[in-house]
Ligand binder design. Structure first.
Ligand code: B4P
Length: 212
């Protein structure tokens, strides 16, 4: 009782109570698994700031910034953008938006060094990752979805099957270990990513509710 009272008084001065209660989620899965699609509804339901590193890169590319010019080289080949560029960009976005209920990270972290950098960054802000939810979808379905999106999106990385398969291979080799990283902390969960958008949204919401 006394300890709780002391913590409460401390929180009034440090603001740490608000930070501890933030919900910071990682939406995870291979390219085309539905992360970006589902994130738009999840951010509204849980009142979170949606941060998609893919969208941030596409914004930089659209504005022809030095960061965008660099990122484009990698993205158009289906490769990951180097960690130092990606981590700095993510940190800038979080630092620019401190007054939110939490973050919905979509497409980040994608490598173990990104996980480690995120841990250090979260700690510096007195925050933690609440959980990671992975969307599970078979490779052939991913290829089909991305080629279909490529017909209208104008994204060069979606219109070439070879590049799409390269992205899936990069996911297997470099990104899938991220699931294990958070599993060791008992934070990783999997959801079936095949079905209607509504069905998948319900599955994701159930998984997120169990974390809160
Ligand atoms: P992203 O922008 O993250 O793109 P993505 O993996 O293709 O997923 P996205 O979220 O956009 O698509 P979704 O599955 O929702 O990354 C692009 C590139 O940026 C990477 O290859 C890399 O080069 C770079 N990058 C990004 N983050 C990085 C990082 N952290 N480190 C290094 N490099 C990084 O949707 C796909 C399609 O499926 C859509 O057309 C959608 O309509 C459809 N779909 C969704 N759900 C469906 C369902 N249930 N049924 C049928 N279709 C569905």
């Amino acid at each position: 009782m006394i300890i709780r009272l002391i913590n409460y008084i401390k929180s009034i001065f440090t603001g740490s109570d608000k930070k501890d209660s933030m919900t910071n989620l990682i939406l995870f899965g291979p390219p085309g698994s539905g992360k970006g699609t589902q994130a738009k509804n999840l951010m509204e339901k849980y009142n979170l700031l949606h941060i998609s590193t893919g969208d941030l890169f596409r914004y930089e590319i659209g504005n022809n910034t030095p960061l965008g010019i660099k990122a484009k080289e990698y993205m158009n080949q289906g490769k990951l953008v180097p960690d130092e560029i990606t981590i700095g960009m993510l940190e800038n976005k979080i630092n620019a938006n401190p007054d939110v209920a939490g973050y919905l990270l979509d497409g980040f972290p994608r490598t173990i060094p990104q996980c480690e950098a995120l841990d250090v960054f979260m700690k510096s802000k007195d925050q933690t990752i609440t959980g990671l939810i992975a969307l599970n979808v078979e490779d052939e379905e991913l290829v089909k979805r991305l080629l279909k999106r490529g017909e209208t999106s104008g994204r060069p990385d979606d219109s070439n099957e070879e590049v799409i398969r390269k992205r899936i291979a990069v996911y297997e080799e470099e990104t899938s270990p991220v699931f294990g990283y958070y599993k060791e902390q008992n934070k990783s969960h999997t959801v079936d990513g095949v079905g209607s958008l509504e069905e998948i949204f319900t599955r994701l919401s159930t998984a997120i509710d169990s974390l809160l």
